[in-house]
Design a protein around this ligand. Structure first.
Ligand SMILES: Nc1ncnc2c1ncn2[C@@H]1O[C@H](COP(=O)(O)OP(=O)(O)OP(=O)(O)O)[C@@H](O)[C@H]1O
Ligand SMILES: [Mg+2]
Length: 243
């Protein structure tokens, strides 16, 4: 089977280079990490892969399709859970209502919307709270609801931008368990994160980016061994510290 992501991408905003010749190769079933300090270019990279932002140069194929020439094919095959919490417009809905609306947006066949929504809510442990207003959800519950919505059309590739930002320890661990179990079922995950423990725990392989460039890549074990480092924190600081 081919690569799920095969990319060499650059993107500038005016004279600011956000992503510079970034190479990514992700195999089926992997959890692949995109690590980097604030402003490193993680979200910009993800938006290009998710067909929401055209590259300035380079190209990318996702699930076998070009992100520019076959954006529709790519979109059908990916789920994208954004960094920021969902817009306020949803807050007057229950979790179930929001999920069912999103299912329609994801072109889940009408007859299946109910069952599919119930299925993903169960998967993220929100069944008991499904009929409460999203407004009343804690931050962690809202993140899990976002994850559920990203799973509605059973994507081949799930793209998660900072899935545990702002969550408490319990919620983070629960989120990691959810992500792991999705991969065990064959889904591929691209994960952007600032948390080294998260990357260490979850990622099969990762790329550390700084100023839009890849500065190190490998499995967490390889990256640590190469420097004789005890933690991924040390690896990260080694590669990204401004001297
Ligand atoms: N729409 C935009 N217009 C202008 N500059 C942008 C735009 N989007 C991103 N940038 C710039 O591109 C660079 C990379 O931003 P990006 O959001 O990709 O970083 P990030 O790695 O996701 O950071 P964080 O960890 O804070 O989420 C930053 O310098 C940012 O200011
Ligand atoms: Mg970001």
């Amino acid at each position: 089977m081919g690569l799920i992501i095969d990319a060499l991408l650059s993107r500038s905003f005016g004279d600011r280079t956000a992503v510079s010749d970034l190479e990514l190769q992700v195999s089926p079933g992997e959890v692949f990490g995109l690590l980097g300090p604030n402003g490193a270019g993680k979200t910009t990279t993800i938006r290009m892969l998710a067909t929401l932002l055209p590259p300035s140069s380079g190209s990318a194929s996702v699930c076998g399709f070009d992100v520019v020439r076959a954006a529709g094919e790519v979109r059908r095959r990916i789920g994208y859970v954004m960094q920021q919490v969902s817009p306020m417009g949803y807050y007057m809905l229950t979790g179930r209502e929001k999920t069912e609306i999103e299912a329609a947006l994801y072109h889940v066949p009408r007859r299946q919307v109910r069952t599919r929504a119930a299925e993903v809510l169960e998967l993220v442990g929100l069944t008991a709270d499904a009929d409460r207003l999203v407004q009343e959800y804690s931050g962690g519950m809202q993140k899990r609801l976002d994850l559920a919505c990203g799973l509605l059309h059973r994507p081949e590739l799930l793209i998660l931008d900072e899935p545990t930002l702002g969550l408490d320890v319990q919620s983070r661990h629960r989120m990691w368990d959810h992500i792991r179990s999705l991969c065990d079922e064959g889904m591929t995950v691209l994960l952007a994160t600032n948390y080294m423990d998260e990357a260490d725990r979850l990622c099969d392989r990762l790329t550390i980016i700084d100023h839009g460039r890849s500065v190190a890549a490998g499995s967490p074990g390889e990256l640590k061994a190469a420097l004789g480092a005890l933690s991924l924190d040390d690896v990260f600081l080694h590669h990204t510290r401004e001297l």
